[in-house]
Design a protein around this ligand. Structure first.
Ligand code: FMN
Length: 421
C-alpha cells in the first residue's frame, strides 16, 4: 500500500481525536482569475463548440449558506471546494485562435493565455505528434481542499480531477467526439511552463482531436503568475506525495466506450446532476441496477488503465438479494445497510441507499491514475443515476481499514458512492 494512503486513513479513533478546526475567516478563493488585460472569449449558448466546453465544469446552480454562496457545477466536489483548474490548447478549430487558454467557470469564458506561433504547442509534453483539436490539461490547487481536509486532500484532488475527466467524457458523448485520457504527461515541465507555484500542479490531460503526422516545438509562453487561493498554506506531505507519484507504469486502453443512451436526455442529466442529500428509501429495480453496472463498466480509453474492483452493497434493489456483490457474484448475502452506513463514517446516505459502492484498487505504482479513474467511475455513477431518474452522492469519508476488512480485501479503498431514490 502506498504510504500516503495508509497515513491518511480515517478510523473510528482518528475521526474522534482530530483537533482540526476550520478557519472560516481565511477560506481559499474558489476561482482562479487571470488579469483583466488578457482577452476573453465568452462562452455562448448558441455555439456548439462553446456548449461542448460549458459542460466541462460549468456552473449550473447556486447554493447559499449564511456568509457563503457556492456556485455548483457540472462536476461534484468534496466539500464543494473545487480544487481542479482547466487549461486548453485549441488548434485548427473554427472560431478559435490557435492558442492556450484557461477555462474560467466564474466568467463562463476562455481566457487567452498565449497565442501559438507557427508549429508551436504543448504536444511534446504529452509525447504526442501535432493535434488538431482540443488538448485539456487538469491541475489541482490543492490548498482549496487541504484547507478543510488536511493531508487527506490529495485524495480529493485526484477524485475531483477524475470527475472533471468524467465531464469531458460526457460532453464528448453528447457532441460525438472521440477522446483519450493521458496521465503520462511531463507534469513538472508543464507546471513550470504555466508558471505555477508549488500550490498548483498538473495531474492529467485529455486529447479531443486528431493526431497529424507533424511534430511541433515546445510552446515558449510567458504567463503571469496568479495566486489561485489567496491564502495558501503549504502541506509537505501532499507536495512530497505528488512528486513521488508522478511517474507511472503504463497499461494502455484504446477501446472507446459505447454508451447506448439518448444524447439529448443525457445532456439534460449533465445539466441537472446534483448530489442527493437524503434517500426516500424506495427500491431500485434489478433492471436499473443492471443498466448502472453496464454503463460504469464500459472501457475508459487512457494511457494508464488500472484495474479497479467495484463492490456493491445491495441494500434496496427489487428482485435482488441484499448483500455484497462483486462482478456478478455475491460474496456475502445479508442485510448490510446499517453496516454500510457505519462504514461511511456513520453517514445515513450509506445506509439508506439502494446500493452503496466501494471502489478498491491495489496499484501503488499508478496511484495518481488509479484514484482519478475511481473519480471517472464515480462521475459515470452520478450521470447514469440522474439519467435513470434517481440520485447519487460521492462519499469520500469512510473508515478505510474497516471497509477493507468487511470486503475481505487487501487493496486500498479509493472511493465510496451511494445511489438510490
Ligand atoms: C470526492 C467527493 C467526496 C464527497 N464526499 C461526500 C461525503 O462524504 N458526504 C456527502 O454528503 N457528500 C459528499 N460529496 C458530495 C459533495 O458534497 C457535493 O458534490 C458538493 O457539495 C457539490 O454539490 P453537487 O454535487 O450537488 O453539485 C462528495 C463529493 C465528491 C466529489
Amino acid at each position: 500500500m502506498l504510504p500516503y494512503h495508509a497515513q491518511t486513513m480515517h478510523s473510528y479513533f482518528s475521526v474522534r481525536n482530530s483537533s482540526h478546526f476550520m478557519d472560516w475567516e481565511h477560506q481559499p478563493n474558489q476561482f482562479k482569475i487571470y488579469p483583466e488585460e488578457l482577452q476573453r472569449i465568452k462562452l455562448e449558448p448558441q455555439n456548439p463548440h462553446h456548449q461542448f466546453l460549458s459542460l466541462i465544469g460549468g456552473i449550473t446552480a447556486q447554493k447559499s449558506y449564511p456568509g457563503v454562496t457556492y456556485a455548483l457545477r457540472t462536476n461534484p466536489s468534496a466539500g464543494a471546494l473545487y480544487p481542479t483548474e482547466v487549461y486548453i490548447q485549441i488548434r485548427s478549430v473554427e472560431g478559435f485562435e490557435d492558442a492556450i487558454y484557461h477555462l474560467c467557470p466564474y466568467e463562463s469564458a476562455l481566457v487567452l493565455l498565449y497565442a501559438l506561433k507557427q508549429d508551436e504547442g504543448i504536444e511534446c509534453y504529452l509525447h504526442s505528434q501535432k493535434i488538431n483539436g482540443f488538448i485539456f490539461l487538469f491541475s489541482a490547487l490543492y490548498y482549496r481542499s487541504s484547507w478543510k481536509y488536511r493531508d487527506r486532500a490529495f485524495r480529493y484532488c485526484l477524485h475531483d480531477t477524475g470527475h472533471m475527466l468524467g465531464t469531458v467524457e460526457a460532453s464528448c458523448f453528447v457532441y460525438k467526439k472521440k477522446y483519450r485520457i493521458c496521465y503520462d504527461i511531463d507534469k513538472k515541465a508543464l507546471n513550470k511552463l504555466f508558471h505555477f507555484g508549488t500550490e498548483e500542479f498538473f495531474l492529467s490531460s485529455v486529447i479531443v482531436g486528431s493526431e497529424i503526422d507533424e511534430t511541433c516545438d515546445a510552446a515558449l509562453m510567458q504567463v503571469p503568475y496568479v495566486d489561485g487561493t489567496g491564502v495558501f498554506e503549504a502541506n509537505n506531505l501532499i507536495e512530497k506525495t505528488y512528486l513521488s507519484t508522478c511517474e507511472l507504469s503504463l497499461e494502455k486502453q484504446i477501446i472507446m466506450p459505447s454508451f447506448r443512451l439518448d444524447d439529448t436526455r443525457f445532456k439534460h442529466a449533465i445539466w441537472k446532476r446534483r448530489s442527493i442529500r437524503e434517500f426516500s428509501q424506495k427500491s431500485l429495480s434489478k433492471e436499473e441496477f443492471e443498466q448502472v453496472m453496464d454503463f460504469i463498466n464500459e472501457p475508459i480509453p487512457s494511457d494508464c488503465d488500472v484495474k479497479i474492483d467495484i463492490y456493491a452493497i445491495i441494500n434496496r434493489v427489487e428482485g435482488m438479494w441484499q448483500g455484497v456483490y462483486k462482478e456478478g457474484v455475491y460474496l456475502q448475502s445479508s442485510n448490510f445497510a446499517r453496516k454500510a452506513g457505519y462504514l461511511c463514517l456513520e453517514q445515513a446516505l450509506g445506509a439508506q441507499s439502494g446500493v452503496t459502492f466501494f471502489l478498491v484498487g491495489n496499484d501503488d505504482k499508478n496511484y495518481q491514475a488509479m484514484v482519478q479513474k475511481a473519480g471517472i467511475i464515480g462521475h459515470r455513477l452520478y450521470l447514469i443515476s440522474e439519467y435513470l431518474g434517481f440520485g447519487c452522492s460521492g462519499i469520500g469519508a469512510y473508515y478505510d481499514e474497516e471497509v477493507a476488512e468487511f470486503l475481505a480485501s487487501d487493496g486500498m479503498v479509493l472511493y465510496a458512492l451511494a445511489i438510490g431514490r
